[in-house]
Design a protein around this ligand. Sequence first.
Ligand code: FES
Length: 109
Amino acid sequence: MFGKACDFNELRQGKYEVAVVNRILHMIVWPTRGEPRAFHGMCPHANEPLADARFDGETLTCAHHDWAFSSETGACIKGQPCTLREFPLKIENDEVLVDIGDFAPNGPC
Ligand code: FES
């Protein structure tokens, strides 16, 4: 079931927004080359929030220990092999909606 993450006009290409949908932290990332995507907002390394991550329009880099993730796939490109969990995202009536499905916040990535 989709829930509202933010208004579309809050997003900027090459930037990200932090949003909470159904009590789960999300990174709404808009790559320089691509469409907005929704990733789980907790880093798979040590389960720290990605809310302070650096983003150059392509790579999301965790502020805690510098693991880096592709904003197009969520794949870890610096750190141990893993992938940020991605959630379906759609834009309707100028609202950004994310579907968390049956994701359990304390479950595996
Ligand atoms: S918690 Fe993100 S790199 Fe360690």
